[in-house]
Design a protein. Structure first.
Length: 305
């Protein structure tokens, strides 16, 4: 029954104190305003203000609607401001998910820079171990997914961030350290340490072991990259991680690394976003910032188109 225009009319009446001035403020004729008020009172079956009162006085019903008007019009105005900001790319929501913990190494510094440049954007993120990020993206629950495993999902676009080599980490004194690069059969008698995710999301299985029909001796999981490296360094297994993750541990002399095959395996890391959001200014800015930061600061990564 009530419409926003009715609430605006009541506020105008309160602030001007007369039908004539309220009509002018609302760009209506006095006749049109009177008709609107009579129609509303007829619907509500009560009077909203005392006619011919000076200054204009509201009935109890009118006062109650004024309380509603103050609350609703304030929220409508706030929503209109937010929409304008969204249209001009000054505000929005950017909920992110990542599919491996190693991405935290560069994501957190990128987010810190982004927060300073886009303070009006609501930011949040989560890991992808306990849910499926890409379907959640398509459903609108999150807005961006960092992944190296693109899936064909309607309405989802994949923007390449950078390319990297998947390297196999081994202990410095490991027997495999004598080899210049590793073949799938070299892992047949090894404990393979991975993140706790499905095999079809791990490049070491998809692109290295499974095409050759090779199974590792066993698989051990860890959510923490540092724990994986420590296990490798102490000779309790091998792991496959991005070159930019392993570089600092190699520099510290904790582990050695070898390529998977003579030419190595070079996946691409992507940012997945919904098609309708791809060109939003604050999304584009995050993608450009992430690319620039990674290419400048991550050792061994390469630019991809």
């Amino acid at each position: 029954m009530l419409e926003v225009r009715h609430l605006k009319t009541l506020i105008a009446l309160r602030e001007t104190g007369s039908l004539v001035e309220a009509a002018e403020r609302l760009f209506l004729t006095q006749s049109a305003l009177s008709h609107q008020l009579k129609e509303l009172e007829s619907r509500l079956e009560c009077e909203l203000f005392i006619r011919k009162s000076r200054p204009l006085r509201f009935s109890e019903a009118g006062k109650r609607l004024l309380l509603l008007a103050d609350e609703v019009i304030a929220k409508v105005s706030e929503a209109e401001r937010d929409v304008k900001k969204l249209v001009h790319g000054e505000a929005g929501r950017l909920y992110m998910a990542i599919e491996c913990h190693s991405c935290f190494n560069w994501l957190m510094p990128t987010i810190d820079i982004y927060r300073n440049q886009w303070p009006g954007i609501e930011l949040d993120f989560s890991g992808g171990f306990t849910f499926e990020p890409l379907p959640a993206l398509a459903q609108g629950d999150i807005d961006l997914v960092i992944t190296s495993d693109p899936q064909a999902i309607k309405g989802v676009e994949y923007v390449p961030l950078f390319g990297y080599e998947m390297q196999i980490a081994i202990a410095n004194q490991h027997a495999l350290s004598e080899k210049q690069f590793l073949q799938p059969a070299d892992l047949a008698d090894q404990v393979l340490i991975t993140y706790p995710v499905a095999r079809d999301r791990l490049d070491v299985f998809k692109q290295f072991l499974e095409p050759a029909g090779i199974e590792p001796q066993s698989v051990r999981t860890s959510e923490l990259t540092l724990m994986m490296v420590q296990l490798v360094a102490s000779g309790r297994g091998v792991c496959a991680l991005p070159n930019w993750v392993l570089a600092e541990y190699v520099a510290q002399g904790l582990i050695s690394v070898r390529s998977a095959g003579k030419s190595g395996i070079w996946p691409t890391l992507y940012a997945a976003v919904r098609e309708e959001q791809l060109m939003l200014p604050f999304i584009q800015e995050f993608l450009q910032l992430a690319k620039a930061h990674c290419l400048k600061n991550l050792q061994g990564v390469v630019q991809v188109n």
